[in-house]
Design a protein around this ligand. Structure first.
Ligand code: 16G
Ligand code: ZN
Length: 542
């Protein structure tokens, strides 16, 4: 039996099995693209209600990121450019799960949550800033879903702005710029200009040390996604003697045998990068919010094996650079300190966590998987660096940092660097383009080649990841930032016993938040042992 079916923007009835419940996951709603039209249509109502309530711009991003080409997804962006507020994730879930018949009462219930003041603003028509800003990735299903979003917003007469094919971080940036005009011009060009100018100024403030082995060139794997057109646009603005970018994987099948997720999970070179070593290579994912540097692994048995410079390596590079600049500030014995923190997930390579603790003398904070958890925790600091090992991450800066560093002309070079670095970075969310430019600045500052970057920070502990198909991922529950299983009862003890048999080992099992599977992560002294440990744990979980 199915619910009568929900009407899409084209008036079709989309049948939904009675027991199917959609939930707003870590990446919004994400499914086979066939299911998406009515979901996007409904999400656009929610976005337009929130836009009216706050008299602000709200973002809608149509993307399924690194997932297969056939999938698509939708997520909402709050006026600050951050991810959607948790309470509104619940509202979105209620609206999306209502049948056609239930919809008016679900919308009325939502409107009832608004305060009297908000309602009176709306009643008096004081909603001139309300708008829904919608972007999409390069998937063929994007334009149809864009029209679903446009018609969903039209139901509440909220202004709709289609910004076309953009990366997810560009959409976040433009939403923020609409609401904070001093931040940047709220257009694609505004984004390019702001990042380019900050990069070029910071480049001028960077001194390459004598004997530098830095090479100003990167070969970029665009995952056949949005990085291809949009990073090309951005790089047209930056002279090639500052940085030369060679583009690969621009027009093939999206995320297929390429892209940051492929490279990270498989630890393998993407298509069209056979045997590549120098100068540097990097992969974006399909919507360009992840960045992984890599090169061909020297002396590896597998011919396509890749050595990764993942989110952890990027985070540590940033941390080292920022710490050095910040030192100059604290040496002036200022009245107010500027604190700095670093946030990771359980997937962070053990060696990176040790490097942060022992060399940088910082206390890394470990949180649950999902950008919003990292972002939230990083926002507690004046300078909060966060990265997932998969290459998603950024640096966020507090208003305290703003008032001390960013809003004043600085005489000290390290402080000018900090101010500029904060503008190269896209604070709203991890941004592969901005992150790549920031990495290049750090490498140039230290005069490092890939060899240097590999050797001077730390060596990764060998790791292995496995997916396990289970009947119900809900049977698995974790605690301790996902590092300990509390359900099924007894399983954690068995995992612990197995892990104890390996040297330098660490492992955890957690249910995926995006697929109906359980993931196993294992580290050990050698790659063979990490693989063996991972596969043994898989058998235990099954
Ligand atoms: C989503 C998350 C990403 C996380 C991944 C984990 C956002 C924007 N994206 O893609 O941060 O690493 O899910 O997937 O939050 P998993 O739960 O299937 O392992
Ligand atoms: Zn992505």
């Amino acid at each position: 039996f199915t619910r009568a079916g929900n009407t899409t923007h084209t008036g079709e009835k989309f049948p939904i099995p009675d027991d199917e419940k959609f939930s707003y996951g870590t990446a919004g709603f994400r499914f086979d693209a066939k299911k998406l039209p009515f979901l996007v249509f409904r999400c656009a109502y929610v976005a337009s209600l929130r836009a009216r309530q706050l008299n602000s711009a709200i973002g809608v991003m149509i993307t399924a990121s690194h997932n297969p080409e056939e999938d698509n997804g939708v997520k909402l962006v709050d006026p600050s450019g951050d991810m959607l507020n948790g309470q509104w994730e619940k509202y979105a879930t209620e609206i999306v799960n209502a049948s056609d018949a239930e919809l008016p009462s679900a919308v009325a219930a939502l409107e009832k949550q608004m305060s009297q003041i908000e309602k009176s603003f709306i009643a008096r028509g004081l909603v001139q800033n309300a708008r829904v800003v919608c972007g999409m990735d390069t998937r063929v299903t994007g334009p149809h879903l864009m029209s679903a979003a446009s018609q969903g917003s039209a139901l509440f007469s909220v202004r709709f702005e289609n910004i076309g094919v953009v990366s997810t971080p560009i959409l976040h940036y433009i939403v923020k710029s609409h609401n904070f005009p001093q931040f940047a011009n709220p257009t694609l060009h505004g984004y390019y200009t702001a990042i380019k100018e900050a990069f070029m100024e910071l480049y001028m403030e960077t001194e390459e040390p004598e004997g530098s082995r830095y090479q100003p060139k990167v070969i970029v794997d665009c995952a056949n996604g949005v990085g291809a057109p949009r990073f090309r646009d951005l790089m047209k603005e930056i002279p090639s003697d500052y940085l030369e970018v060679e583009f690969r994987n621009e027009n093939g099948r999206l995320n297929h045998q390429c892209g940051a997720d492929f490279v990270k999970i498989k630890q393998e070179l993407p298509e069209n990068f056979d045997g590549i070593q120098e100068p540097k290579s990097a992969s974006f994912d399909g919507d360009a919010d992840r960045l992984i540097y890599f090169r061909s692994k020297k002396g590896a048995e597998k011919p396509r094996a890749a050595e990764l410079f993942d989110g952890d390596k990027i985070a540590c590079l940033y941390a080292m650079y920022i710490q050095e600049q910040l030192k100059a500030y604290h040496e002036t014995k200022p009245t107010y300190n500027i604190d700095m923190g670093i946030v990771q997930t359980a997937y962070a390579n053990g060696a990176s966590t040790r490097f942060i603790r022992d060399t940088l003398k910082m206390k890394p904070i470990i949180v649950k998987t999902g950008v919003k958890y990292l972002h939230e925790e990083a926002s507690e600091f004046d300078i909060g660096i966060y990265f997932e090992a998969n290459g998603h991450g950024t640096v966020v800066f507090s208003s305290h940092f703003d008032s001390i560093i960013r809003r004043h002309p600085q005489t000290l070079v390290p402080l000018r660097r900090l101010a500029l670095f904060s503008r190269v970075i896209n604070e709203t969310v991890g941004d592969a383009f901005a992150d790549l430019l920031a990495v290049e600045i750090c490498l140039r500052h230290y005069g490092w080649s890939m060899d240097d970057w590999a050797e001077k920070l730390y060596r990764d502990v060998p790791s292995h990841q496995v997916k396990v198909d289970v009947a119900k991922r809900e049977d698995f529950e974790t605690t301790n930032a996902e590092q300990t299983l509390v359900k099924p009862i007894g399983l954690q003890e068995e995992i612990d016993k197995t892990v104890a048999k390996y040297k330098e080992s660490r492992a955890f099992v957690r249910p995926s938040g995006t697929e109906n599977i359980v993931r196993v992560y294992a580290e050990a002294d050698t790659l063979e042992n990490a693989i063996e440990l991972g596969e043994t744990l898989k058998k235990i979980v099954l």
